[in-house]
Design a protein around this ligand. Structure first.
Ligand SMILES: NC(=O)c1ccc[n+]([C@@H]2O[C@H](COP(=O)([O-])OP(=O)(O)OC[C@H]3O[C@@H](n4cnc5c(N)ncnc54)[C@H](O)[C@@H]3O)[C@@H](O)[C@H]2O)c1
Length: 347
């Protein structure tokens, strides 16, 4: 088992990574929090797979909320349901909330835990690759509004994150591939060794190590910039153009991972146009394709430009792009909006 600690503004979080950790949930939670009761939040897909394994380990009262699976339920009404469930279970500020599931369950539960009684302790047990390498670490929580994704939320660190790579064995292939887009992102922005590891046909044999290397990068970045005002932006490599593509497809034509994959290749092309010494596009494209991810924009560049422009903050005359001009090194580059169209034509 690997251990990482994350020092945030309000304390230290422990992140444990190891196969079989789910079987030790109660032991780790009781050791860390000594709660009188716990409340588990999971979703309708994950509950039949892992809920009983976790629930039966506790010899203190356990209550459960099973929320409907899917991004469309990442909204305030689900959070309100959780508040009512917490109250009827008799949860107090000395107790513990455990989120078991993907990024959607983690984000909703994190926000409910951050705001219920002004904050109850939180443990995250991420069960998708994306949640294990990204969303369970770093304390961003929240929900969507009709106007857009993640518009309401809070920074609230889970004091414990239990990452069990064995949980990935039940994940549908497409959802695993989505997470691989984020894994490859970490390799591009910070540690090319990750790219080497995932290029092997038997990379799943090293999945514990791959997850550890990704989480370590996220931990290091969050410790420098917990509230996302500077360095943390490099985690958005591929996301600016990716979001524009997701939007053009009404959030249904492309999954988030597919959009990020396409966005990373586009950002790499932009890096070249702005003077990267080496053309990294073929290397990135072939790695993404090896993992079943798309690399070409399914929309016209003019449409991407229009979508980017509609996202632009009204008063900003620059737009930040994350560029990788050297493998393992990302820069935040503000590009003048007046020249945006010209730049987008290079992707
Ligand atoms: N908080 C952050 O820092 C952060 C970072 C990145 C993404 N996010 C958010 O994460 C969300 C996406 O997360 P996601 O990709 O994990 O999606 P998700 O939570 O919707 O999970 C994808 C699907 O997999 C199912 N599932 C989960 N674990 C499973 C398992 N082990 N076996 C079988 N099925 C399983 C879920 O029920 C769901 O149907 C988005 O809402 C995004 O905004 C948050």
């Amino acid at each position: 088992m690997q251990h990482l600690s994350l020092k945030g503004a309000y304390g230290v979080s422990d992140i444990l990574i190891g196969s079989g950790l789910i079987q030790r949930t109660a032991e780790e939670c009781i050791h860390k929090f000594s709660p009188s009761r716990v409340h588990i939040v999971t979703d309708t897909h994950v509950a039949p797979l892992y809920l009983e394994t976790i629930r039966q380990q506790f010899n203190i009262p356990v209550s459960v909320s099973t929320i409907p699976a899917g991004e469309e339920h990442k909204r305030l009404s689900t959070v309100e349901t959780l508040y009512h469930d917490f109250l009827s279970a008799g949860l107090t500020r000395k107790d513990l909330v455990i989120a078991v599931g993907g990024g959607v369950t983690g984000d909703i539960t994190g926000f409910a835990a951050a705001t219920f009684l002004r904050g109850v302790s939180l443990c995250q047990i991420p069960t998708t690759l994306l949640a294990q390498v990204d969303s369970s670490v770093g304390g961003k929580t929240g929900v969507d509004l009709a106007e857009g994704k993640n518009l309401v939320g809070a920074f609230y660190q889970p004091r414990l994150v239990l990452i069990d790579p064995q949980a990935l064995s039940t994940l549908p292939a497409g959802i695993f591939q989505d997470g691989m887009a984020e894994v490859i992102k970490y390799g591009c922005i910070q540690n090319p060794e990750i790219l080497h590891l995932v290029s092997r046909p038997d990379f799943k044999a090293d999945i514990d190590r791959i997850i550890y290397e990704c989480v370590k990068i996220k931990r290091d970045i969050v410790e420098v910039d917990e509230h996302d005002t500077g360095l943390r932006m490099i985690l958005n490599f591929g996301h600016t153009i990716g979001h524009a593509a997701e939007k053009l497809g009404n959030y249904t034509a492309l999954t988030h991972g597919q959009a990020v994959a396409i966005g990373m290749v586009a950002a790499m092309r932009l890096s070249n146009a702005l003077g990267a010494p080496e053309d990294l596009v073929p290397l990135l494209s072939s790695l993404l394709q090896q993992h079943g991810l798309p690399t070409e924009l399914p929309y016209g560049k003019q449409d991407i430009f229009n979508a980017l422009l509609s996202d632009k903050k009204k008063f900003a005359d620059t737009m930040n792009f994350i560029l990788v001009r050297e493998l393992g090194k990302a820069d935040i580059v503000p590009l003048p909006v007046s020249q945006l169209q010209e730049y987008i034509m290079t992707i």
